[in-house]
Design a protein around this ligand. Structure first.
Ligand code: GLN
Length: 196
């Protein structure tokens, strides 16, 4: 079984663990830096990126998370988690982890559309995935090594760069585990590679 951590400082942690377990793997709520070493992959959940960042600093997760990424262990960021992964954030001078070559804009679907659902065609995961968007960011720019996996109304809402996967919506809030499944495939591949 793969061991998949969900960064449990803030946000939709339980739902991701449930989705990992429903996909047949082990989901672990990560509250301490020392737990990172046992993981095959990590999910950074949705929530509030500024609050999450404050807690990442408070519990000294920043350097260990960067090491985790450099080790080639996969990370999946959803919504606020996507913002944490991005190299650049519109209107902010500093990024957070900054491991994915993307620029994101926060809360970018407007006030009237604070939260909505949309059917999405996601390369490698599903052609008919219902995405739940909650004060969601979107990717305004993606570098050449970034594979765009999904657009909604012309906006990039899911992308992959090597071992990093990110999406604007909340795949853990439905019973459709195909997006989680895509991440688990990435983790499996990375684990096999590192065992060679
Ligand atoms: N609006 C939040 C932020 O900017 C993200 C919302 C979410 O994760 N559902 O961090």
């Amino acid at each position: 079984m793969l061991k998949i951590g969900v960064l449990a400082l803030q946000g939709a942690v339980r739902e991701h663990i449930r989705s990992v377990e429903a996909s047949g793997e082990e989901g672990i709520a990560v509250k301490k830096v020392s737990q990172l070493k046992e993981l095959d992959g990590l999910i950074i959940p949705g929530g509030e990126s500024t609050t999450m960042r404050r807690l990442i600093d408070k519990y000294e997760f920043m350097a260990p998370l960067k090491e985790f990424a450099q080790d080639g262990r996969p990370i999946f960021g959803t919504c606020a988690g996507l913002i944490i992964l991005a190299k650049s954030i519109v209107g902010q001078s500093e990024a957070h982890l900054g491991v994915m070559d993307i620029t994101v804009e926060r809360n970018s679907f407007g006030r009237q559309r604070e939260s909505f659902e949309a059917e999405l065609n996601i390369t490698g995961a599903a052609e008919d995935f219902v995405g739940v968007f909650i004060r969601a960011p979107h990717i305004v720019e993606a570098g050449e090594n970034v594979e765009v996996l999904c657009k909604h109304n012309g906006r990039i809402v899911a992308a992959r760069q090597g071992n990093f996967l990110g999406c604007s919506f909340h795949p853990e809030l439905t019973d459709d585990h195909r997006m989680t499944g895509l991440f688990l495939e990435m983790v499996k591949e990375a684990k096999e590679k590192s065992a060679v």
